[in-house]
Design a protein around this ligand. Structure first.
Ligand code: GLP
Length: 240
């Protein structure tokens, strides 16, 4: 595992963006795993400043709230449209987010996994980390072999994410998420964390016991991981 410690969140974004840019220069039709939330935003901002044609890049979002359609202002599909597709000049038809309003959500989840496989798998999976150690919406405990599926959100996650909604009641209770097994099949995991509120979670993911009770600790089992941290998020590391 490679740990990159940087100064600010913007610096972390620049380092992470360089890794993605190098891949796309080498492989213009690369497959990216796309995260939402505040963690990857500095990466997307920095990537927009790279001199790079991203129009052939294919992408798969990590997760989506159950019940929110792709046009709902708080859906992850909208966040991906706004923050990633529009900003980076990606081709909308090449970017896939689970449909939170699919009539059969379990089937939508299975099909999503199949679509990732059909694309040849994910080259770089961009990841944030939840304060409770979740990756995507894989709440503790989550099996390391789990596939894309419907999950119930932890109360702490709904509270964490309430800042993106008008009220806590508006935060959906369920989501479709790539599974831990799905995520671990990506060829390169690129985890980005900034802010003091992520310091404890980052330290447990990198240095703590590997356990399904703290899903992000799975990264210790993966052969190709880069973690980019700003100074605050790196502040609880003991050995790295
Ligand atoms: C959210 C998302 C995750 C994200 C995490 C951290 O609930 N489902 O994919 O990585 O929680 O969010 P943030 O980056 O806003 O702190």
């Amino acid at each position: 595992m490679k740990i990159i410690r940087t100064g600010t969140s913007a610096d972390a974004g620049v380092h992470a963006a360089r890794i993605v840019a190098a891949l796309v220069r080498d492989k213009p039709a690369a497959v990216l795993g796309l995260a939402t939330g505040s963690s990857p935003m500095p990466l997307y901002e920095a990537l927009a400043h790279e001199d790079l044609d991203l129009s052939q890049v294919r992408g798969f979002s990590l997760d989506e709230y159950l019940g929110l359609g792709s046009t709902h202002k708080h859906s992850y599909a909208q966040v991906i449209q706004r923050e990633v597709i529009d900003r980076l000049g990606l081709t909308p038809s090449l970017i896939h987010t689970p449909d939170g309003q699919a009539p059969d959500a379990a089937r939508e989840a299975r099909d999503f996994d199949a679509r990732i496989r059909a694309a040849g798998g994910i080259d770089i999976q961009i990841l944030g980390i939840g304060s409770n150690g979740h990756l995507a919406f894989n709440e503790p405990p989550s099996s390391f072999t789990s596939r894309t599926r419907v999950v119930e959100l932890a109360d702490s996650t709904r509270k964490d994410n309430a800042r993106f909604f008008d009220s806590l009641e508006d935060v959906p209770t369920h989501a479709i998420t790539q599974g831990m097994g799905t995520i671990s099949e990506a060829r390169h995991l690129l985890l980005i964390a900034h802010d003091l509120r992520k310091a404890e979670a980052a330290a447990r993911a990198i240095e703590g016991p590997v356990t399904e009770d703290f899903p992000a600790s799975m990264i210790q089992l993966h052969p190709h991981v880069t973690v980019v941290l700003d100074e605050a998020a790196a502040s609880a590391l003991q050995h790295s």
